[in-house]
Write a protein that binds this ligand. Structure first.
Ligand code: UD1
Length: 353
């Protein structure tokens, strides 16, 4: 069986790491890996391949663009050529990025079966969230839908998607457990951080960073927080561009800003932190894997279970300060997203159908 996997953005490298190691155990399966190029800086892409031991892609399309339509369209043009050439039995797509939807649409037009990993997530708000559109479109044209949570199965049911749907748990949890012995604590030591006495922040969503007033509000609050407790901020290149463009650098004076860091370093920082502040889909869940609470700068989340259980909370910038210092210590149940064997379950289904 020939499987063509398409990745392109940071969280997809983590998910691919889980799948690839399972696929490699099978002699009768050949995986062709394609990187669209959506994330291209060394520390947004290459370092993930290094620290997660992912085989290099056979194809790297090197596609980047500021406009989403242009990016998605260019990816489709190149992916179509590769799919025609490689003739895969199935195309594997992950999550909700432009690379995901481009690969799914291309495969559908070539009548190739699609398997979607992390299917069924929904969050509805904000209305024009590109990831939500990407998820809906991909789910509706996928043949195999691998769900990380029970709720994602219900979401698909509500939209009439019943066939080919499986609960497997989350492949990101597989990788978290597998990589835990190798988490890198060097940043904790280097910055002289004390156990449970600092915050790790990530911020990159268009609705938080593309508008000056909103970004200013978030950064000035984080700056105020950083006078009371150290804040570490590995900065996404999108946010860096905006901060420079809007002249907001002064708001970072007491925040420890770093370049984007690799998976093992981020998890090392998270294991010892007090709390996480983020607008990342993957990271709000990885902080839960670490037993930490996340203050989530989003109007809604597709990982709503964590909010309902009182572990994470959704905030607007005005609520950020109080949410960070709010004392609540919920029980943090394990295994909301499966048992860490999601990739094994997925590969079993993938190869038997
Ligand atoms: C994308 C995903 C998002 C995911 C995030 C993870 C979509 C619609 N969104 O958002 O779901 O949470 O990845 O990080 O696909 N850039 C660089 N260097 C890079 C990568 C990006 O400079 O290595 C710049 C791009 O040129 C662009 C901006 O950052 O100007 C945004 O990148 P893009 O991939 O469009 O979206 P993300 O915000 O990263």
């Amino acid at each position: 069986m020939k499987i063509l996997s398409v990745i392109g953005a940071r969280p997809q490298f983590v998910k691919e790491a889980a799948l690839q190691s399972e696929l490699m155990k099978l002699d009768n399966v050949q995986e062709i890996l394609v990187h669209t190029g959506q994330h291209y800086d060394k520390n947004m892409s290459e370092i993930f391949f290094n620290v997660l031991n992912i085989n290099l892609p056979k194809y790297n399309l090197g596609i980047t663009a500021n406009l989403h339509g242009e990016m998605t369209g260019k990816m489709m043009i190149e992916l179509e050529k590769i799919m025609i050439e490689e003739k895969p039995d199935k195309v594997l797509v992950y999550g909700d990025t432009n690379s995901t939807v481009a690969a799914a649409l291309t495969a559908n037009k070539l009548k190739i079966e699609i398997a979607h990993i992390e299917a069924g997530l929904r969050q509805k708000k904000p209305k024009y969230m590109p990831e939500e559109t990407n998820r809906i479109v991909t789910d509706h044209i996928s043949d195999l839908l691998f769900c990380p949570s029970e709720r994602s199965i219900d979401n698909l049911k509500k939209e009439g998607i019943l066939n080919g749907v499986y609960f497997t748990g989350d492949v990101m949890y597989d990788i978290f457990l597998k990589m835990k012995p190798g988490f890198d604590y060097s940043k904790v030591d280097k910055l002289n951080l004390r156990e449970k006495d600092y915050i790790v922040m990530t911020l990159h969503r268009d609705f938080n960073v593309d508008e000056k007033e909103k970004l200013e509000k978030i950064l000035s609050t984080m700056n105020k927080i950083s006078k009371e407790i150290p804040v570490i901020y590995p900065m996404h290149p999108r946010t860096k561009k905006r901060i420079n463009e809007f002249g907001l650098n002064k708001l970072l004076d007491s925040i420890f800003v770093t370049e984007p860091i690799d998976y093992l370093q981020l998890m090392g920082l998270t294991e010892h932190c007090f709390k996480v502040v983020t607008d990342s889909g993957g990271y709000q869940k990885e902080s839960y894997f670490s037993g930490k609470q996340a203050v989530v700068l989003m109007p809604a989340t597709s990982w709503i279970e964590l909010v309902e259980k009182g572990i994470n909370c959704l905030v607007e910038p005005e609520e950020l300060y109080n949410a960070v210092f709010k004392e609540n210590k919920p029980d943090i149940p394990r295994n909301i997203y499966g048992n860490g064997n999601a990739a094994e379950l997925i590969v079993k289904k993938l190869t038997e159908s």
